[in-house]
Structures are given as structure tokens and as C-alpha cells.
Design a protein around this ligand. Structure first.
Ligand SMILES: Nc1ncnc2c1ncn2[C@@H]1O[C@H](COP(=O)(O)OP(=O)(O)OP(=O)(O)O)[C@@H](O)[C@H]1O
Ligand SMILES: O=P(O)(O)OC[C@H]1O[C@H](OP(=O)(O)OP(=O)(O)O)[C@H](O)[C@@H]1O
Ligand SMILES: [Mg+2]
Length: 282
């Protein structure tokens, strides 16, 4: 049975559960449940604190985990990312009151508050900057107002939390993060159960980002039309009863679907339809 760690709280928890559900896995019904077995798919899910997931996975007791790239790196655990999942996207940055600093090199001798001590200490060392790091569990934006630190390093998504605290980012982004699937470093990459799990999640990612497009066009326009909708492999082209016409079917990126429909119409394609993809194996 495959043993998988899933975030039990925070920004990662809801979207991770939704993705697993879309991939056909049974998920817990109550937020207090700490583990469940999905007997049909022969998987056991452990609902753990996102911060602890890399540690459990690196111990080898759990095969796979879903966590944030920033949390994985911060933990220093011996685990590696095997599939990015596209949600909980964030950037990790320094911030302070306007005018406090312009670059990481300005932090020499100063104090930085963060919940991600591992990332910050490593970044400061890499840049050769000698600064102190204070660990706080969360809401680090308030640390400056209350005099615990002059600078913070935190997750930024919309920037609302920083603005509300009267803070501004400075320096280069320290890292970009998103939810990722992890496993123990060097674990068997070809394990069939792991591969099947990854294919299912990849199927969800594709189903979320692509739509199926169908249209009819005249044979003379086919090459131009296919250039607009090349599909992932190659589009399906079928003859129509009306001579000189063909029906074309191809997957297209959902974000570009309306523009592609306009372009297809321009070159004479008609009956252009898009439909959602519910599941997929590439
Ligand atoms: N506002 C946000 N937008 C996008 N991703 C976020 C946001 N806040 C945190 N994350 C991401 O979520 C992960 C942190 O999850 P975690 O559950 O520890 O924190 P949280 O979502 O802030 O919840 P908590 O209330 O427990 O602090 C990290 O990968 C981080 O990059
Ligand atoms: O740029 P924004 O869109 O404002 O998002 C970033 C904020 O979201 C997270 O905080 P959270 O609400 O999880 O609280 P925490 O600081 O206690 O983790 C993060 O720590 C930032 O404070
Ligand atoms: Mg948080």
C-alpha cells in the first residue's frame, strides 16, 4: 500500500485535497481525521503539518508527500521534489519599512524575523552577510512594528499582508515556491505505484489546463487550421459527409481557447466547440 503525506492545515491543505479527489482518491470527510485508507486504490493518506511532511518522507516511513517547495528546502530534510503541482504559488522575499535596506548586503549586523529560518540562514551565508535570524511561527509582519526585528523574510503572494503592515519588499526574490510532490532522495523512481500516482496527478493538471476543441473546416484550410491547433501529439482529422470538409479535434490550452476560436473562424472554420476535459492520461 502506497503511503502518502497530505497537508492537514493552511494554504496547501484545501487545494491538495481537491486535487487528490479529482485524481480519484478517497479523501477524509472531517478535518480532524489524521489518516484514512483508500482500499480501492491501495493508498493510505496521512494528514500532517505541512512543515513536517518532508521530515516524514525523508525518514522513508512514508513513500510520498505533498508540501511547499519552500517548506521542503527550509526543512533541510533528505527529500526531493518530483512533480510541481501549480497551486500555493508564492515568492519568498525580504521586506522592511520603506528605506530600511535596498539589498541583502545591507543586512549586515541586523536582525531578520522569519518562519523559514533554514532558507534565510542559507541565503545569508551564501551572500556572505552576517545577520541574526529570529524564528517566529507566523504573522511575522508584526515583528517590525513591535521591535523584534528590523527586517522580515516571508512568503508573499498578493502583497496585501505587507502593504497592510506598511512594509515593502527589497532585494532579489529569495525563491519561488508552489506545492510539490516529494519523495525520499534517491528513492526508486520506477516504483509502479508511485508512477501511477504521479500519472494521475499529471492527468488532473492537464485536465485543468487544457480543453478539447472540435471544429469543421474545408480541406484547403486544413494546414492553416492545424497550425493553430497542433494538439499535444497531432490533431485527429476525420472526413465529413459533405465532400471537401473535414472535422478536426485537438487539445488546446484553456487560456488560449477564445483567441484560437477567433483565429479559426477567421480562416473559415465553423461549428467550433470547446469542451472540458474531466480526466486524462497522457
Ligand atoms: N498567501 C499565500 N498564498 C500562496 N501560498 C501561500 C500563502 N501562504 C502560504 N503559502 C504557501 O503555503 C505553504 C505554507 O503552508 P503552511 O500551512 O505552513 O502555512 P499557511 O498556509 O501560512 O498556514 P498557517 O495558518 O498554518 O500558517 C508554503 O509553501 C507557502 O509558500
Ligand atoms: O501576499 P499575501 O497575499 O498577503 O500572502 C502572504 C501572507 O500569507 C501567509 O500568511 P498566513 O495568512 O498564512 O499567516 P501566517 O503568517 O500566520 O502564516 C504568509 O505568511 C504571508 O503573511
Ligand atoms: Mg502561514
Amino acid at each position: 500500500m502506497l503511503r502518502i503525506a497530505v497537508p492537514n492545515k493552511g494554504s496547501l491543505s484545501g487545494p491538495a485535497g481537491e486535487m487528490l479527489h479529482e485524481a480519484g482518491y478517497q479523501q477524509r470527510r472531517e478535518s480532524k481525521e489524521l489518516r484514512i485508507v483508500d482500499p480501492t486504490n491501495e493508498v493510505e493518506f496521512f494528514y500532517l503539518r505541512p512543515r513536517d511532511i518532508a521530515i516524514y518522507v525523508s525518514s522513508g516511513k512514508l513513500d510520498i508527500g505533498i508540501t511547499g517547495r519552500d517548506l521542503l528546502i527550509d526543512s533541510g530534510a533528505d527529500a526531493e521534489e518530483i512533480l510541481p503541482l501549480g497551486f500555493a504559488r508564492s515568492t519568498f522575499r525580504f521586506a522592511g519599512k520603506p528605506g530600511t535596506a535596498n539589498a541583502v548586503t545591507d543586512l549586515k549586523g541586523r536582525t531578520v524575523a522569519t518562519s523559514y529560518e533554514g532558507i534565510v540562514a542559507a541565503h545569508l551565508a551564501e551572500q556572505g552577510v552576517d545577520a541574526s535570524v529570529v524564528h517566529l511561527d507566523g504573522a511575522v509582519e508584526t515583528a517590525i512594528e513591535l521591535g523584534v526585528a528590523e527586517v522580515i523574510a516571508d512568503v508573499v503572494e498578493t502583497g496585501t499582508s505587507l502593504r497592510n503592515a506598511g512594509l515593502e519588499v527589497f532585494g532579489e526574490p529569495i525563491m519561488k515556491s508552489e506545492a510539490v510532490v516529494i519523495r525520499r532522495s534517491g528513492a526508486d523512481a520506477d516504483e509502479p505505484k508511485v508512477q501511477q500516482f504521479l500519472r494521475r496527478l499529471q492527468g488532473v493538471l492537464v485536465a485543468r489546463t487544457y480543453v478539447m476543441m472540435d471544429y469543421d473546416c474545408r480541406v484547403e484550410q486544413l494546414e492553416k487550421a492545424v497550425a493553430l491547433t497542433p494538439g499535444l501529439e497531432s490533431p485527429t482529422v476525420s472526413p465529413l459527409h459533405n465532400e471537401g470538409w473535414v472535422a478536426v479535434r485537438a487539445m488546446v490550452p484553456a487560456k488560449e481557447a477564445q483567441r484560437i476560436m477567433d483565429d479559426l473562424y477567421e480562416i473559415g472554420a465553423r461549428a467550433i466547440l470547446t469542451t472540458a476535459i474531466h480526466a486524462c492520461r497522457l
